[in-house]
Design a binder for this molecule. Structure first.
Ligand code: AN7
Length: 379
């Protein structure tokens, strides 16, 4: 590990990667010790996703284990620290849910007010619960995320004392790029492929920036001189909310993966550049494919994510079916990292809806045995 906190408790991403970040000794660091999420080997899932034959090594970067349950905390520690440094009175964001949960938590810790604008009825229950309990003021607008983000831009134009903490705030991506550093540190090199869901397109842009900066600093590529020092970037969107695949903005985005129900991605140019420069691609998958991947992650690897985070797993399976990996000669020496952006507990209703409800049984040993082991027992 390259970070300076190696022998002490993990200090959070700003202290761990301070030399790569726009902070100095006077920046008040607002942290919940986010980052250092596990990179989990997933051989059982890999067999199913990549099929028989030359199966690459699949790793899951489980960002759902951050303090508020998503990757947003990496960017929020930076954005809120810089807001405090600049003397902001509060922070504001539009959100499909995770940004608001993270902003509300870091604002609480910093003693700042937090205002959140969400699309009414389109935020998973756990995320809304978080924003509320952390003490944010939450306004639900009749409109989608893109409408909410426009409103927030208008608000900060009128109230410069409030800092916008969506990913158009450059400090957000600075923080989020540390995930790419960690992947390189954990793997001992840059992966060959990086699979990631794409909504507002900040995260794919941040990873790409991170891989390039780490390579430029001599990190992440040293053990693999023959290959590139960065991965091919594979961005995945839900079919009903896939502006990058359509090549233009989508006005009425639709998908059950509410986190990525976004039609006008703010980081449009940066994300396209990440994919083009790396030689990767954008791919759309259906909601049905997302749900299959969502269940497979849980059943084969014990990893419970929210639906948006299953999108890249669904996408890797689709690319395999389309012959993408066979053409490229992947095998056991190939490392594929899949970014699992959010925790499954964010959206418990979805998990229940795609599962068999528990059976009610009388408290009787014979009856319980019968139900559990008898002919009627479920699979
Ligand atoms: C779990 O919270 O946009 O492409 O407002 O919550 O960087 O936007 C969330 C996005 C992927 C997409 N996975 O990341 C918000 C918000 C999860 C997410 C994305 C989001 P970006």
């Amino acid at each position: 590990m390259e970070h300076e906190g190696r022998s002490a408790a993990w200090p959070g991403v700003i202290e761990a990667y301070r030399r790569y970040l726009p902070v100095d000794a006077s920046t008040p660091v607002v942290t919940m010790n986010e980052g250092r999420t596990p990179l989990i080997a997933a051989p059982r899932l890999a067999e199913v996703v990549f099929g028989e034959g030359r199966v690459p090594r699949l790793y899951l970067k489980f960002e759902g284990l951050n303090p508020t349950g998503s990757f947003k905390d990496r960017g929020m520690t930076m954005a809120v620290s810089k807001a405090v440094e600049a003397g902001a009175k509060g922070v504001v964001c539009a959100s499909t849910g995770n940004t608001s949960a993270s902003a509300a938590a870091y604002a609480a810790r910093a003693g700042l007010a937090c205002l959140v604008i969400i699309p009414k009825g389109a935020v998973a229950s756990g995320k809304l619960a978080q924003a509320l309990i952390y003490g944010a003021r939450v306004l639900a607008v009749e409109g989608n995320f893109d409408v909410a983000l426009d409103l927030v831009r208008g608000l900060v134009a009128r109230h410069p004392e409030i800092t916008l903490v969506n990913s158009i705030n450059p400090y957000r991506l600075e923080g989020q790029k540390t995930a790419a550093f960690e992947v390189c540190d954990q793997l001992g090199r840059a992966p060959d492929y990086l699979a990631i869901p794409v909504g507002n397109a900040g995260n794919i842009s941040a990873y790409w920036q991170g891989f390039k900066e780490y390579a430029a600093a001599g990190q992440g590529g040293a053990k693999r001189p023959a290959a590139g020092a960065w991965p091919l970037m594979l961005g995945f969107q839900a079919e009903g909310a896939a502006p990058f695949i359509a090549g233009s903005f989508v006005d009425k985005p639709k998908t059950l993966a509410t986190a990525i129900r976004i039609g006008h991605p703010a980081s449009w140019d940066r994300a396209r550049r990440a994919v083009n420069e790396s030689g990767g691609r954008f791919t759309a998958i259906t909601d049905d494919e997302i749900v299959i991947a969502y269940r497979l992650l849980a059943r084969l690897e014990g990893v419970f994510v929210e639906p948006a985070s299953a999108a890249p797993v669904a996408g890797l399976a689709k690319l395999t079916r389309d012959g993408y990996f066979a053409e490229r000669g992947v095998g056991p020496e190939t490392a594929v990292v899949c970014v699992l952006t959010g925790n499954g507990l964010k959206d418990p209703n979805r998990a229940r809806r795609v599962s068999v409800a528990p059976e009610v049984v009388p408290a009787d040993l014979d009856l319980v045995e019968d139900r559990a082991f008898g002919r009627e027992a479920g699979s």
